[in-house]
Design a protein around this ligand. Structure first.
Ligand SMILES: C[S@@+](CC[C@H](N)C(=O)[O-])C[C@H]1O[C@@H](n2cnc3c(N)ncnc32)[C@H](O)[C@@H]1O
Length: 276
């Protein structure tokens, strides 16, 4: 996509200001990004060249996590910070396993919303809400959410590669707790989260670069990511490096980063809200 302003771009979008959502789209080879996004993303690739493989590993985790939740009987999903739709979105994965499954996407990025609306116009089982996930009340009371999801039953809450855009001041554990408290017993939480535990220099560089983007980065340690799951029972194998969460035994392709967890620098887990 060139630097000109395509007709579909919502008025409120400043295409000169790099967006975390559109930079991620660029890492994944998508075309919903502008010159300013690509320039900053390319700078980050010089700092951290593994970013496209990390992004793909994150999408592969989404696939495995939604597959697992579906196998546990979850048939409604709330995908917070869902991003610009790309291959294998939550509703695609869920519907392939259960044609009744319902998905609500939430994102704050207007391009992610605009593209999601177009993609979902003929998909009755999925919809999108333009909101900031830090405002839990607005998300959960938005007319679409209680209409679309039966909140008296378990929901799969998906927060992939988004909580590292929530700062310490915004209290990520408190936000996760708030979503936990408004979802039914038996609901699940899936999280992937970037860390500086392995490659602090790359992480520092990325944090600096993203001060010029729509969202700043806050990497968290393994202990801090574990804290996000307070009040959840972790599904096996617990909180692990992204490539080690229930890898597909049928996938015999060589790992693009030599299965080096330091190069992936991301933790993931899935937890279940138990009975009180
Ligand atoms: C790296 S992308 C991840 C997309 C998708 N979850 C995935 O893992 O493939 C992060 C997304 O989180 C969104 N995001 C960041 N902060 C947010 C917030 N406070 N509320 C809602 N969405 C947010 C960004 O707009 C972006 O689309």
């Amino acid at each position: 996509m060139s630097n000109h302003r395509p007709a579909w771009v919502p008025d409120e979008v400043d295409i000169e200001r790099p967006s975390a959502a559109r930079m991620y789209d660029f890492y994944l080879g998508g075309s919903y990004n502008f010159a300013a996004d690509r320039t900053l993303a390319e700078e980050n690739l010089r700092n951290w060249p593994d970013m496209p493989q990390i992004a793909r590993a994150n999408r592969a985790f989404l696939h495995r996590a939604v597959g697992y939740l579906s196998s546990m009987g979850v048939d409604q999903f709330l995908d917070l910070g869902s991003g610009i739709p790309t291959g294998g979105n939550t509703h695609d994965i869920a519907l392939a396993l259960n044609p009744q499954a319902r998905t609500v996407y939430v994102d704050v990025d207007p391009v992610a919303i605009a593209h999601s609306i177009v993609l979902l116009q003929d998909v009755p089982n999925a919809t999108v809400v333009h909101a900031d996930l830090r405002d839990v009340d607005t998300v959960m009371k938005h007319s679409v959410v209680p209409d679309f999801l039966d909140l008296s039953r378990p929901v799969g809450v998906i927060m992939l590669a988004v909580l590292h855009f929530v700062s310490a001041e915004d209290d990520a554990p408190g936000l996760v707790r708030a979503y936990r408290d408004v979802t039914a017993q038996g609901s699940y939480l899936a999280v992937s989260h970037g860390t500086a535990d392995y490659q602090p220099e790359n992480a520092r560089g990325a944090s600096q670069l993203y001060t010029r983007a729509s969202h700043r980065l806050t990497f968290r340690s393994k202990t801090e990511v574990a804290e996000l799951f307070t009040g959840y029972e972790l599904a096996e194998p617990g909180l692990v490096d992204i490539i080690h969460w229930r890898p597909d035994p049928a996938d015999d392709r060589p790992d693009p980063l030599g299965a080096d967890v330091a190069r992936y620098s991301g933790y993931v887990a899935v937890g279940r809200k138990p009975a009180p």
